[in-house]
Design a protein around this ligand. Structure first.
Ligand code: PLP
Length: 411
């Protein structure tokens, strides 16, 4: 860091300011986490420059024998972690992983059955502003109005009616456990591929805090930077039968040279996730999310579906009469970073929304537990209800973050 400070003080100050922002606030964005210094070291490493199109042992460039070891370690560790038959660790992001999975198994114009964005699905699951909505004929399923849980009967009816080539399960803002076996049954009934996009929950799967999709789905796509605490990036797991198709779809179909530094960092993160401490962390992420959701409920802020089984809760703010957008901004003014989020059947437009999404990977990594989650809920409710309390809330935030510092001081 000393070198960066003297070479490029402007960028050095951006990095330091971001570290201060992270240290000085409460990070509740469900898709974020703090990668370890070891992961960051692998990312900012000598592997950055190497061109390595292809796969270990069959590259299109010479000099790959060293970086091959990093990719082999990443693949072996991921296979061990998830019990997958095949893993591709090259996707640059979750979006690239999904693009490659579609490219491997679908043709433009094919029918895709996936969760509606407005009910928790991801952009890449068929939104019209995304390639997935442009290139495929998309049928969307949602959650029931009464339970706010996935309606498996509706999924089955839609599958029987539309005969999709692929069914996607997995979401961006769905707090509950997904029944992968029910999805498998429906996919088998209509002869569709089953893809599980576990971008959000793969870290919990790794820590055995949520059931794995691997035994059920033909293809499992994921990101490495959310609760898994790795570098920004993606990956794909699949059956041995689909391995060659998936590999060809990632390279050369949708990507060129892999980011070997990121792959080394993925290997470090998978290695960390294989340790028993990671399982403890994953379970605590879920118990913290439950306590946070319950404590917000006690403040009159309703958790969608009544609670959570995962790292995130979706909170309906209609009873407190504050929109998601206003709540997001009020929280930000007090040093609490969370995002506005549509709730199912939201009467407000996506820029406003009636809800917020809160997640616990960051605060759990900082060592917070249930007592701290109650304090976080109390602070969040205080500033959402009363923007004039921002200064007071900021002091409470500062007290909490001082006691739960992230990253060693020399970083
Ligand atoms: N799939 C799901 C379910 C996600 O939640 C996300 C990101 O939030 C992605 C895919 C895309 O990941 P990325 O932002 O790395 O492209």
């Amino acid at each position: 860091f000393g070198l960066l400070s003297s070479e490029d003080p402007q960028i050095a100050s951006v990095l330091l300011d971001e570290l201060d922002r992270l240290r000085g606030g409460i990070q509740l964005i469900a898709s974020e986490s703090f990668a370890s210094p070891a992961v960051l070291a692998a990312l900012g490493s000598t592997l950055n420059g190497k061109y390595a199109e292809g796969y270990p042992g069959r590259r299109y460039y010479p000099g790959c024998e060293v970086v091959d070891r990093a990719e082999e370690l990443a693949v072996d560790r991921a296979k061990r972690l998830f019990g997958a038959e095949h893993v591709n660790v090259q996707p640059h992001s979750g979006t690239s992983a999904n693009l490659a999975a579609y490219a491997a198994l679908l043709q433009p114009g094919d029918t895709l059955l996936a969760m509606a964005l407005s009910h928790g699905g991801h952009l890449t699951h068929g939104s019209r502003v995304n390639f997935s909505g442009r290139w495929f004929d998309v049928v969307a399923y949602g959650v029931r109005r009464d339970t706010e849980l996935i309606d498996y009967d509706e999924v089955r009816e839609l599958a029987l009616r539309h005969q999709p080539k692929m069914i996607i399960c997995g979401a961006t803002a769905y707090p509950r456990e997904i029944d992968f076996s029910a999805f498998r049954g429906i996919a088998d009934e209509v002869g569709a591929w089953l893809m599980a996009d576990v971008a959000h929950t793969v870290g919990l799967m790794a820590g055995k805090a949520l059931p794995s999709a691997v035994p059920y789905a033909d293809v499992v796509t994921f990101t490495t930077h959310k609760a898994l605490r790795g570098p920004r990036g993606g990956g794909i797991m699949c059956t041995a039968e689909l391995a060659a198709k998936i590999d060809r779809a990632v390279f050369p179909f949708v990507q060129g040279g892999p980011l070997m530094n990121a792959i080394a960092a993925k290997a470090v993160a998978f290695g960390e996730a294989l340790r028993p401490e990671f399982a403890e962390y994953a379970h605590r992420v879920v118990s913290n999310a439950r306590v946070l959701a319950d404590a917000l409920a006690a403040e009159g802020m309703r958790p969608v579906s009544g609670g959570t089984d995962s790292h995130l809760a979706l909170i309906d703010l209609r009873d407190v009469g504050v929109s998601g957008a206003v709540a997001e901004q009020r929280c930000r003014s007090a040093g609490i970073t969370l995002n506005r989020n549509a709730i199912p059947y939201d009467p407000e437009p996506p820029t406003v929304t009636s809800g917020i999404r809160v997640g616990t990977p960051c605060v759990t990594t900082q060592g917070m537990g249930s007592e701290e989650m109650k304090e976080v809920a109390s602070m969040t409710a205080q500033v959402i209800r009363n923007p004039d309390a921002a200064a007071e809330t900021r002091e409470r935030v500062a007290a909490l973050t001082r006691a739960h510092r992230i990253y060693p001081s020399e970083l």
